[in-house]
Design a protein around this ligand. Sequence first.
Ligand code: PRP
Length: 190
Amino acid sequence: MVGMQIADVRDEIDHELVSSTQIHDKIAEVAAQVSKDYADGDVLLVAVLKGAVNTLAAFSQALSIPAQLDFMSLSSYGAGTVSSGTITVRQDLSADVTGRNVLIVEDIVDSGRTLSWLVAELKGRGAASVEVFALLEKPSRREVEVDVKYKGYDIPDEFVVGFGLDYDERFRNLDSIAVLKSEVYQGGQA
Ligand code: PRP
């Protein structure tokens, strides 16, 4: 194995939650289903920067159908802060989604506000269909109902990092999902 693993950041990690093998097994399972569901190949994968990049890269490579990739950067609010519920576009898609079958690829659904807004936005732009794959969900944090068709792992409400998820822009390149030691983020903000 190469790349950053828990052993490389052991002092800051409490425990592993989802292993690299579990992540890639789940992504392969979902990709096989998506490859069947979009057998005509007309699928536009949309990732929300930055956290979803790792999931998008692995997922797109696990598909057996051609897929187009696009990215959006949305305003966000840090974990532990109160959401204003307002989402703004920092960087828009390059693709016109009119008439396209869009599959949003997310690393995590927390309150559901980002996804709820994005699904409505893309439907409003005239997408033929909008579905969601989320690698992780925190059901206990959900504030807004969102239909996640392709599900990964439900996780508890803990401060998780890795495989795209960060603390202060760190740990995104960790190969698994892990719980951060509380002393690392106490007094800080994601
Ligand atoms: C995370 C994640 C989702 C969003 C989910 O992004 O990637 O986009 O939060 O939260 P919600 O369900 O409460 O809306 P974040 O804002 O941390 O930005 P990042 O991906 O750049 O780290």
